[in-house]
Design a protein around this ligand. Structure first.
Ligand code: DGJ
Length: 728
């Protein structure tokens, strides 16, 4: 049983293999947090923290309660607003009289096997044979019939608890939600580092680690997308936690729009974490009888450092978030036309690339931007999702010819966008996200469609479906190349404009759902100018996301390892591209570009017809490596072996198959330094008792993990090798 209720103590204990969470209902019906972290055995010793004693009158208590009951001093599972808890909170809801006071107490609970999906939002799932249990706790506001249902689904084997909140308006008047966070987590001290993935376009998800300090530390987005700048996931790592040891708490928000994750060190020496939709300019009108569900947060804990946290989350997302078995299914090994041709292609050129692909064992050609409307550069045609026959002829015929070569076909779309120079804009200027009377912001010559409008979503579904029905298209790359501005919808009254950004996201998710229902086997790769929307929300629909427009292998080390802190390697879109690299101008050996792209979905992003004989031989080897090692990389356990928080001269990481019979180590010398010592790699996660064959040696797992082995790299910047370890 992973959810226990101990009635005589009003105590809830949620148990995973290596994680426990406990809270209880106190005499005043507050849901008091007791523990989230390492595994507990039995109910004894789960006692409230003593911080509730000795605080001052500046932490008020409710009329009729005792000073030590102050909501400001209690560790709580859920906090309201303007009723005594001054910390960052779970919910602020406005009632008809203008009051924002919100304060909810326990009413009842319900435990059931399995887990419900959220309506219209990405959500985790439990299979019929999974040992998942869900606890739903109903809380009611102390002044009105507003209810909050807190949901906790316990994924025992993955050490992950899925949380979300539903607000239900059982009053007779409309209410306005100003803030409703998906989860609140109180931790008993502040000795943590805040670990985040931050960066910019082409420099996404570099890990950063900063000690928590008094006040609030946060990451957020108001871009209408999760953004390149901060991924909606954080870890709180004990100061002494390393990659391999120590307490680490992970929180991943399954949402792709405006988000907020914040941690507050408060006056009594505790830390509170809140994660959810960003309340900035958010409001949601809840009519009587209506409900509102937040996105989910995936909370995990590991005593085995950041690496343990990542492995929990990888297991969880692979088994319970990524749909239709895609997580460990081999993806078609593809070549994408973008860096190969940009907008400059025709059917002859595409067939040439497909022919080369067929000879080299590459399984799919993806036609990127530029195939539709009158698009030959980035100034026109977004929204005109019909084939530019002048450029590529009949799409169905082209795809047939490509398929006849034994090559599959994929196609690029940017559904949420509209160009001013487009037929769609001429017909529907009102479909653009805009604020009446205010000038528009342009990004990459394009504007946004108002995805909060059902008619826009329906138009996109019909036009995209027409194309997908017209040819054998087995993959779609869904791009999004700018962020939201002038977020205002003609369809909604003034008092509902705070809903538009979230409704935009709901429209995006809805379109995904409609397309996947119509085309169940379709593989969609997410993208937003590279990794501008790499988040667990998108992963609920797409099993892979183009990780960055920066395809420079050396840059990719930090980007991909950074991404791996929270997201499985099998979701990371990674390709071999041409050198000098189009973004950085750097040249890296072809073999290394392959070795690094293998730590992702693997594919090519270059003109295959222009490869030298030598590079073609390398492509053949890389293709073979992909097939040989895919199951270890996509399905195994990841161990980062070097310090992934900085640019190192030498980096290494590895994967161990779940049965620990195989492993793969990647070692890269980013920049060569003379007399820099022997490069030892110390593997992790092996079976100590097993003897492994590696690089012609036969060594026990114990020795390998204690002594390591020497990485024999050629001299030169960017030299690399992959080492295969096989149990004898
Ligand atoms: C941005 C993407 O990240 C690229 O891979 C490519 O698809 C371009 N957009 C096309 O405009």
């Amino acid at each position: 049983m992973s959810v226990q209720f101990i009635e005589n103590k009003n105590l809830f204990i949620l148990s995973c293999a290596k994680l426990s969470c406990a809270f209880y209902v106190d005499a005043n019906k507050r849901l008091v947090h007791l523990h989230f972290g390492g595994k507990v055995l039995g109910e004894e010793g789960l006692v409230p923290q003593e911080i509730r004693k000795g605080h001052s009158s500046f932490s008020p208590w409710a009329d009729g309660e005792k000073p030590e009951d102050s909501a400001d001093a209690l560790p709580l599972e859920f906090s309201g607003f303007n009723t005594g808890d001054f910390r960052i909170n779970s919910a602020t809801v406005l009632t008809e009289n203008g009051s924002a006071a919100t304060d909810a107490l326990y009413v009842s609970h319900h435990i059931y096997k399995g887990k419900k999906r959220l309506a219209g939002l990405p959500s985790a799932f439990a299979g019929d044979h999974d040992s998942v249990e869900t606890l739903e706790i109903t809380m009611r506001d102390t002044a009105c019939e507003l209810e909050f249902i807190l949901s906790y689904s316990v994924f025992e084997e993955c050490n992950t608890i899925v949380r979300s909140v539903k607000a239900v308006n059982n009053t007779a008047s409309p209410l306005v939600i100003r803030r409703l966070m998906s989860a609140q987590l109180d931790l008993p001290h502040t000795g943590f580092d805040f670990v985040q993935l931050s960066g910019s376009w082409s420099r996404e998800r570099h890990p950063e680690r900063t000690p928590l300090h008094s006040g609030i530390q946060s990451i957020r987005s108001v871009r209408g997308a999760s953004g390149h700048q901060n991924s909606p996931a954080i870890a709180l790592a004990a100061h002494d936690a390393t990659e391999y040891s120590g307490d680490v708490y992970g929180a991943v928000l399954a949402y792709s729009g405006n988000f907020l994750i914040e941690a507050e060190c408060e006056q009594y020496g505790t830390a509170r974490l809140c994660a959810g939709i960003n309340p900035e300019n958010f409001s949601w009108m809840l009519a009587p009888g209506e409900s509102f569900e937040t996105p989910e947060v995936y909370l995990t804990y590991s005593g085995e450092g950041l690496g343990g946290m990542s492995r929990n989350l990888h297991d969880f997302m692979r088994s319970h978030l990524i749909r239709d078995g895609w997580a460990d299914r081999k993806r078609p090994l593809l070549v994408n036309s973008w860096e190969a041709a940009y907008f400059d292609f025709d059917s002859v050129k595409l067939l040439g690339i497909a022919e080369s692909a067929a000879k080299l064992g590459i399984e799919m050609l993806v036609l990127d931007d530029g195939w539709f409307g009158a698009r030959n550069d980035d100034t026109t045609s977004l929204g005109d999702w019909f084939v530019n026959t002048d450029k590529i002829g009949d799409l169905g015929e082209l795809v047939k010819k490509i398929n006849a070569l034994g090559v599959k076909f994929g196609l690029w779309f940017e559904p949420e966008m509209i160009s001013e120079k487009s037929k769609l804009y001429q017909e529907h200027p009102e479909w653009v996200l805009h604020e009446p009377g205010r000038r528009r912001s342009i990004g990459r010559q394009q504007m946004l469609l108002d995805m909060s409008r059902p008619d826009v979503v329906q138009y996109l579904f019909e036009t995209i479906s027409n194309i997908l029905h017209s040819a054998n298209i087995e993959y779609v790359k869904w791009d999004m190349n700018r962020n939201l501005t002038e977020v205002y919808s003609d369809m909604l009254p003034p008092e509902r404009q705070g809903e538009v950004a979230h409704r935009f996201m709901l429209g995006v998710y809805r379109l995904h759902e409609m397309l996947l229902k119509e085309f169940p086997g379709l593989l969609i790769e997410g993208c937003s100018g590279g990794g501008g929307r790499f988040d667990a929300g998108m992963l609920g629909y797409v099993p892979q996301i183009w990780c960055s427009d920066d395809t420079d292998a050396m840059e990719r080390i930090l980007i991909q390892l950074g991404t791996s802190y929270f997201y499985p390697v099998s979701t990371i879109g990674a390709h071999v591209s041409v050198c000098p690299n189009h973004i950085t101008g750097r040249s890296t050996p072809f073999a290394t570009r392959g070795n690094i792209a293998l730590s992702g979905t693997f594919g090519y992003e270059l003109d295959l017809t222009k490869l030298t004989e030598e590079d073609q031989a390398l492509v053949r080897k890389q293709v073979a490596d992909y097939h040989r090692y895919h199951h270890i990389i996509a399905g195994g356990d990841l161990y980062r072996l070097s310090d992934s928080f900085k640019v190192n001269p030498f980096d290494a990481w590895m994967y161990v198959s779940k049965d620990r019979k195989e492993a793969l180590v990647t070692a890269v010398c980013r920049f060569c330094q003379p007399n820099s010592g022997v490069r030892f790699v110390r593997p992790r996660g092996l079976d100590p008792e097993t003897v492994y064959e590696v690089d012609g040696m036969q060594v026990s797992g114990a020795t390998l993990m204690s002594v390591g082995f020497q990485a024999k790299l050629e001299p030169g910047d960017g030299a690399s090798r992959i080492y295969y370890l096989k149990a004898l």
